[in-house]
Design a binder for this molecule. Structure first.
Ligand code: FAD
Length: 382
């Protein structure tokens, strides 16, 4: 029988961040994941500078032997439509490979691990938990992503929730393909579907090309993906025949219908298990990390008494940080009928691309009014 104070289920960004902080504070933590790391995770691998800042990652140290692509420019538009180029003249985002990033975070957490072991049995036992019939833990942290078994135990209606579905492929290019690829590495492309129910991306990171598409409507996802690849190939952005095998994954956007219960006696959910991805962009890595740190603070404050009442402050902290989910997300742009109607016109505006799509939805910088006519240096050009 193995014992620990806290068992963290899942070694993605949420799990490794929470486990690392608890271990540093002196708790006996065991992290368990069904995969062995490094492992692939379907993802575009786009992160904002806040991710590096929150985790105190030194970019120079990280990029030694790993991909850390600086992003200074974006191309945006509609699939089968025209594009707008927005130049920032400085680094506003980064591209990482999840295969490397998640492994790096896990190693850095220096936490005790049991890898290649799925949670197959999880039951209350003697005021704590008995996991897989061999691990006793006083508290479990569910960091197992959308299908997390701890979330299921806390009542998540997995399979009946309103999810975003996304597919991605990360393709290693050989030197000839790199030469043929016209996509500049510092300029990801984001192209929205005509019905505004999702968007596709093309993202070059070193010698890797990441292409994918996410939608709020799971119908015909494969067809949307194929159409997007044809569009990219016709533009010469994606060398013909390079589109790889796509792997998909559903996940929840924060503020969607029926948010998950994140706290129970002796249990907390973090990251995708809690359903925290940003509604406008689908960004999930930063919310995963932030929720993990909030959960760790709450666990440490509970000081060994993990009854629900002592863990409830975590739910309140999530509301303070991400907003009140029960209020919905009034400004959720993708579900807005008006925006759908205006989508094509708005997306062809350089002002809208910079100040709304990028600054507000993707980069979370406040909109500062500047007249579309102001034409200041660095303004989006077409
Ligand atoms: C196609 C796609 C593209 C995306 N692109 C971006 C992007 O560019 N930027 C961004 O910020 N977000 C993106 N996201 C969202 C982002 O990937 C997630 O929000 C993020 O991975 C959440 O991290 P996490 O640690 O909560 O979960 P995960 O990273 O999913 O980690 C969960 C871990 O739990 C383990 N696990 C699962 N079940 C079990 C079990 N039963 N027992 C043990 N272990 C288990 C898994 O093996 C996994 O390692 C994208 C998502 C998709 C699907």
């Amino acid at each position: 029988m193995d014992t620990c104070d806290v068992l963290v289920v899942g070694g993605g960004p949420a799990g490794s961040t929470c486990a690392g902080k608890l271990r540093q504070a002196g708790l006996d933590v065991l992290l368990l994941d069904k995969a062995t790391f490094p492992r692939d995770k379907p993802c575009a691998g786009w992160i904002t500078p806040a991710v590096l800042a929150t985790l105190a990652i030194d970019p120079e140290e990280y990029r030694r032997g790993r991909v850390l692509q600086e992003i200074t420019t974006f191309r945006t538009g509609l699939i089968n439509g025209s594009e707008v180029v927005t130049r920032y003249g400085t680094t506003v985002s980064f591209g990482i490979r999840r295969y490397e990033f998640d492994h790096y975070l896990l190693q850095r957490s220096a936490v005790r691990q049991s890898m290649g072991e799925p949670v197959s049995a999880l039951a209350r036992h003697d005021g704590g938990w008995l996991v897989n019939g061999r691990i006793r833990a006083r508290l479990v942290v569910g960091a197992g992503g959308h299908f997390c078994p701890v979330a299921r135990l806390l009542g998540a209606q997995i399979g009946r929730e309103e999810v975003i579905v996304a597919q991605a492929a990360e393709i290693a290019m050989d030197p000839d393909q790199e030469h043929l690829c016209r996509t500049p590495a510092d300029t990801p492309a984001l192209f929205f579907c005509r019905d505004m129910k999702g968007y596709g991306w093309l993202f070059r990171k070193g010698s890797f090309l990441n292409v994918g598409l996410g939608r709020m409507d799971r119908k015909h996802l494969g067809r949307h993906m194929r159409d997007f690849c044809v569009f990219l190939e016709q533009r010469g952005d994606l060398p013909a025949g390079l589109a790889g095998r796509f792997r998909g994954h559903p996940y929840l956007l924060y503020g969607g219908q029926g948010g998950r219960t994140c706290v129970s006696d002796g249990a907390l959910l973090v990251g995708d298990a809690a359903g925290l991805a940003q509604p406008q962009s689908g960004e999930g890595i930063l919310p995963a990390i932030e929720s993990a740190l909030l959960a760790a603070d709450t666990i440490l404050a509970a000081d060994g008494d993990y009854r629900r009442a002592n863990l409830e402050p975590y739910a309140a902290r999530l509301v303070t940080r991400f907003g009140d989910e029960s209020m919905g997300i009034p400004s959720s742009p993708i579900s807005s009928g008006i925006l759908r109607f205006l989508g094509a016109r708005l997306l062809s505006s350089g002002w809208f691309a910079r100040h709304v799509v990028l600054d507000r939805w993707f980069l979370h910088t406040p909109i500062l009014y500047s007249s579309p006519q102001s034409g200041r240096a660095g303004q989006a050009d077409r």
